[in-house]
Design a protein around this ligand. Structure first.
Ligand SMILES: Nc1ncnc2c1ncn2[C@@H]1O[C@H](COP(=O)(O)OP(=O)(O)OP(=O)(O)O)[C@@H](O)[C@H]1O
Length: 260
């Protein structure tokens, strides 16, 4: 069991700060209604998540990414509440940055700064860490991932897989209790996917992992199947995935794109 830390404890080395991750996960979604540009995505959604490894599956356009954004506090609910570890994530933004991190499918939508060091430092400063401490922690994080020479490296010189690793390092350095993964490895080659997945499997924060790669979620504690903004099925990974595969095979055998 790791202890909680705020990343700024006097006397604690930056190296041990990277190690002390907080595995708490308590996501509560109550009576959620959410519209995007006038389109109703969720209405009356209730969810309570406590597990350490949660998978989210569902067809294209079912609402998975919108759910990820709501849990990360990137969008406010129109009605109802979304809290993560007691934090109203869309309203209490500073606390939310300390509580929940998100990884997107495309690292270029996430990375803002020209160098790796600046990118890692930024998230920590946004959490309230003094700049010197944030830079030190960025360096320690890079050492932990065996990339100490990346601090001054230009993002432009990195491959797509390496940019994913930058985003992963930036999120882990921020030490959130919960990380939301919105198909972060789509489009990566198999060895890169496997090594990033293996790394993620071992991290302490709770994971809420959206994926079309059902094998990646097979050992998870719980899987949610989202369908048109509703939870179609929710339970142990093997059961939910098997039901989903059976239903999708039935639908895929028709050539009707009407519901895309
Ligand atoms: N800005 C928007 N305006 C209107 N509708 C939107 C907007 N953004 C998303 N939607 C709709 O919200 C629904 C859910 O989209 P979302 O991106 O969450 O799906 P998803 O399950 O993540 O799909 P995929 O697996 O393809 O990534 C879709 O029907 C989509 O068309």
């Amino acid at each position: 069991m790791h202890s909680h830390e705020d990343g700024n404890t006097p006397g604690q080395s930056a190296a041990s700060q990277v190690e002390t991750l907080n595995p708490a996960c308590k996501v509560e979604i109550t009576d959620l209604r959410y519209l995007r540009d006038g389109v109703e995505i969720f209405n009356g959604l209730n969810l309570s998540l406590r597990e350490h490894r949660i998978g989210v599956i569902g067809r294209n356009g079912s609402g998975k990414s919108q759910l990820a954004r709501l849990i990360a506090g990137l969008a406010p609910a129109d009605e109802g509440t979304v809290t993560v570890n007691g934090v109203a994530v869309a309203k209490e933004r500073l606390q939310a940055l300390r509580t929940v991190g998100i990884l997107f499918q495309n690292p270029d939508h996430q990375i803002i700064f020209p160098t790796v060091g600046e990118e890692l430092t930024f998230g920590l400063v946004a959490q309230g860490m003094p700049k010197d401490d944030a830079q030190a922690k960025a360096r320690v994080t890079l050492e932990k991932f065996k990339r100490p020479d990346w601090y001054d490296r230009s993002i432009q010189t990195l491959s797509q897989g390496q940019r994913h690793l930058v985003c992963l390092m930036a999120v882990l350095a921020m030490n959130p209790g919960v990380i939301v993964l919105d198909e972060p490895f789509a489009g990566l080659d198999l060895p890169t996917t496997l090594s990033l997945t293996r790394y993620l499997d071992g991290v302490s924060p709770a994971l809420i992992h959206i994926s079309h790669d059902l094998d990646a979620l097979a050992d998870y504690d719980r899987v949610l199947w989202v369908e048109q903004g509703r939870i179609e099925r929710d339970g142990p990974a093997k059961e939910v995935i098997a039901a989903y595969v059976a239903a999708m095979k039935g639908q895929g055998s028709s050539d009707d794109f009407a519901d895309l």
